[in-house]
Design a protein around this ligand. Structure first.
Ligand code: FES
Length: 156
């Protein structure tokens, strides 16, 4: 195959893979965002409904963000892991962003750019029927608790 044709075909394949994965690396499709409190609280455990589609629920009262993203659910601390500023969802680029120093994170909490040095902090969670039970007493930092941080996910 001629070199130019090979490079063209390789580019088409790469573009198809990126499209299949939902866009360019570090970027995500738009997620719906809702604001609301937990359905219930029992001790350190908060109950949230499993989002019906990819999206985030931001609970300012309990400082928790619940995310459904690509058939997985996560619960994050609302505070930025750099200096604890409340994170915001940026619908235009499909990422969480810190308004203070502009660190950015994917919907699964993976760090993208900025002054932070780790991903968004996660809480332990489990599924209970149509709900997620988030235990805010079990708090994991990606750098200090990498195994627990990676395991703090519910497959849907
Ligand atoms: S407080 Fe979030 S990047 Fe500094």
């Amino acid at each position: 195959m001629e070199r130019r044709a090979f490079l063209r075909d390789a580019g088409i394949v790469l573009a198809s893979v990126v499209a299949a994965l939902g866009g360019a690396p570090g970027r995500a499709a738009a997620l719906s965002v809702k604001f609301g409190r937990a359905l219930a609280r029992h001790g350190s455990e908060l109950t949230y409904p499993i989002p019906a589609e990819d999206g985030a629920q931001i609970d300012h009262t309990n400082e928790v963000i619940v995310v459904r993203y690509r058939q997985k659910a996560y619960a994050f601390n609302l505070a930025c892991p750099h200096q604890n500023t409340a994170l915001r969802w940026q619908p235009e680029d499909g990422q969480f962003q810190c308004p203070k120093h502009h660190s950015r994170y994917q919907p699964d909490g993976v760090f993208v750019s900025g002054r932070a040095t780790r991903g968004m902090d996660r809480f332990a969670l489990r599924r209970d029927g149509g709900n997620l039970i988030v235990d805010v007493s079990k708090f994991f930092k990606q750098d200090a608790n990498p195994a627990e941080w990676a395991a703090a996910v519910v497959a849907l």
